[in-house]
Design a protein around this ligand. Structure first.
Ligand code: PEP
Ligand code: MN
Length: 356
């Protein structure tokens, strides 16, 4: 081959390289537009069926010199690169991040506001045990000026032999009592199939620590409009916690509150270790309201007030605490729930600090 012919072929190759680069960049831009459209329509970004169809179509048009396997391999690399590009975009701009949205997300539960200024106190029994039990607590909360009551109807217990909650019956009790006293309610849902139904009975759906990375449950929570209280997992990093919230928000439900509930450490003095630093970090990193569950994080009644004050001083938008008319007979968390007079004292001490 003459030197001239060699140069000619090299120049052609360079031109084709540039054309390929142009086409790949154009392809990436179309894929990015497609992603925006998919997001608007709530369609999943990764579609393996469509990917398989595209590969089959390419193979069917392949006339060589590459064999079919090589064509598949080359295009899979292109698909993968496009997908990674979208993931990098998302990492930079999580929907829950402060970078994406500067203003605080404020959640309105009727006339009750969570986030954006005045912290809120949420109280109620660990489990809904009976109409009478819930009504007794609700009356005491109303008297104290509390507007949001918690109570578990579905209880994720360590032992299958422990009380598992009253289920839907418990949600009905919460609804009936809450409407009598004009309270808003929070209750944990553990099954994606119950999410829609729960919206008819409660004002806030809680996703518990054990389910923080139950992705199907998070997706179902993202598909409704009811506000979600997402608890930090027992051993979840803050990054994992934030990404769990992103699962909900990315499906369209922007009404998410985060709640620090203590994490597992080697320390035995408390049931879990309350990670106070989580509060300012989450407030800094995300625009979502951040609350602290002083009961499950400490498991100790004697330090609830100082921990609640610490949470508020660190910038928490609210505190959650468990209250039971007769903690000794409670069907769950008997050792850590406050009785009603203890709750009144606790609340008075927290209010005295001027932090709420
Ligand atoms: C609860 O709040 O009822 C509960 C079970 O808490 P956690 O999921 O934080 O353990
Ligand atoms: Mn409990």
């Amino acid at each position: 081959m003459s030197q001239g012919r060699l140069e000619e072929l090299r120049t052609k190759l360079d031109e084709v390289n540039l054309q390929l680069l142009g086409l790949l960049s154009e392809r990436a831009k179309i894929a990015q537009e497609l992603r925006v459209e998919k997001e608007k329509q709530g369609v999943p970004k990764f579609d393996p069926v469509r990917e398989k169809e595209m590969l089959e179509r390419l193979v069917a048009s392949n006339e060589g010199p590459f064999d079919h396997e090589t064509v598949r391999h080359l295009f899979k690399q292109i698909f993968q690169a496009t997908l990674s590009l979208q993931q990098v975009d998302h990492k930079k701009h999580l929907l829950v991040s402060r970078k994406e949205k500067q203003e605080d997300t404020i959640i309105q539960l009727g006339d009750v506001t969570v986030g954006g200024g005045k912290p809120i106190m949420i109280a109620g029994p660990c489990s809904v045990e009976s109409y009478k039990q819930v009504r007794t607590v609700a009356a005491a909360l109303k008297e104290a000026g509390i507007t949001v009551m918690r109570g578990g109807a579905f209880k994720p217990r360590t032992s299958p032999y422990d009380f598992q909650g009253l289920g839907i019956e418990g949600l009905k009790i919460l609804k009936e009592v809450a409407s009598e006293f004009g309270l808003k309610t929070i209750s944990e849902i553990v099954d994606p199939a119950h999410i829609e139904l729960a919206c008819d009975y409660i004002d806030v759906i809680q996703i518990g620590a054990r389910n923080m990375q139950n992705f199907e449950l998070l997706k179902a929570a993202g598909d409704v409009k009811t506000p979600i209280l997402l608890k930090r997992g027992l051993a979840a990093t803050l990054d994992e916690f934030v990404h769990a919230a992103e699962y909900i928000v990315s499906r369209g439900n922007t009404q998410v509150m985060l709640i620090e509930r203590g994490i597992r450490t080697y320390e035995k003095a408390t049931r879990n270790t309350l990670d106070i630093s989580a509060v300012p970090i989450l407030k800094q990193e995300t625009h979502l309201p951040v609350l602290v569950d002083v009961t499950h994080s400490t498991g100790r009644k004697d330090i609830l007030a100082p921990c609640a004050k610490a949470a508020l001083a660190a910038g928490a938008d609210g505190v959650m605490v468990e209250v039971h008319p007769d903690p000794a007979t409670a069907l769950s968390d008997a050792a850590q729930q406050l009785n009603i007079p203890q709750f009144h004292d606790f609340y008075a001490e927290v209010k005295k600090s001027g932090l709420m």
